[in-house]
Ligand binder design. Structure first.
Ligand SMILES: Nc1ncnc2c1ncn2[C@@H]1O[C@H](COP(=O)(O)OP(=O)(O)OP(=O)(O)O)[C@@H](O)[C@H]1O
Ligand SMILES: [Mg+2]
Length: 248
């Protein structure tokens, strides 16, 4: 049975900065939910709280009915929830296959044997079409390749819920098409759930069954991609314009 990640009335304050203010959302394993909002609206903070990197000020996060807020990041990963970094943070002096193998060894699978972990890493790198980079040092990757390595690292952990922070940012139109197709293909095959934070609207709208919109830490809309793009509050948050009225 698929488990559900449930975020309830979550608040996260940094001193006087109210980064997240009462956000609730649900995500079932096997489904993709988009999370959008203007710069500084609290998206990364929300992912960091779910991943255990930050403790919520108040609010609850459960997975399959079990509380995971308050767990350390490695415990959350062991529960099957893994997050990419908005700014990729590979282990620079290690190769791509070694980077992914670390996720295999210290993630949900807890593979004890480095040889097996490296084999699994090769399999994952092939899934994300990075096999040609397997033996390249992470320090020699482009920014885009580092983003794809982040994706491979979370897959390597064996997570069933992925928290993806802008993995499609900065791609050319043709790279974006290729990346969206790859993501869709891998998601269908592996069946993970994903909370996809993205500014690239085309990616969010194509990939997500549902989209949550936050502005200044507060959820302002939720629904199908079509519903949210037609929502006046969302249009105003993005374009900063008053609702227009047709001339009478
Ligand atoms: N560690 C921190 N200490 C203090 N303030 C922080 C910290 N992390 C984030 N903030 C603030 O919290 C707010 C939300 O930031 P966050 O990075 O979550 O936004 P975001 O939606 O991910 O933005 P972007 O789209 O630019 O990535 C911002 O005002 C930010 O400056
Ligand atoms: Mg962010």
């Amino acid at each position: 049975m698929s488990r559900i990640l449930e975020v309830s009335n979550l608040h996260k304050y940094f001193g006087g900065v109210r980064a997240v203010q009462g956000v609730s959302l649900t995500l079932a394993e096997g489904t993709v939910v988009g999370l959008i909002g203007p710069n500084g609206s609290g998206k990364t903070t929300l992912l960091n709280v779910i991943a255990g990197v930050l403790k919520p000020t108040t609010g609850i996060v459960t997975l399959g009915g079990r509380r995971i807020d308050g767990m350390a990041p490695h415990q959350v990963v062991a529960e099957g929830v893994a997050k990419t970094h908005q700014i990729p943070k590979p282990l620079l002096t290690m190769t791509c296959r070694e980077n992914v193998a670390v996720g295999v060894m210290f993630g949900r699978r807890r593979e004890r044997h480095p040889e097996n972990a490296l084999k699994e890493a090769d399999r994952v790198l092939a899934v994300v079409r990075m096999e040609a980079k397997a033996n390249v040092l992470a320090s020699n990757l482009t920014v885009q390749e580092r983003k794809r390595l982040e994706f491979a690292r979370v897959l390597g952990t064996g997570a069933s819920i992925l928290l993806l922070d802008e993995i499609f940012a900065g791609l050319s139109p043709s790279e974006l098409r290729e990346s969206i197709a790859l993501f869709t293909d891998v998601q269908k095959k592996m069946g993970f759930g994903a909370l996809v934070v993205e500014h690239v609207m085309r990616a969010v709208l194509t990939l997500s069954a549902n989209v949550v919109v936050i502005e200044e830490g507060t959820k302002i809309a939720e629904g199908t991609p079509r519903e949210v793009v037609e929502n006046p509050a969302v249009i105003e948050a993005y374009l900063g314009v008053e609702e227009t009225h047709a001339p009478s």
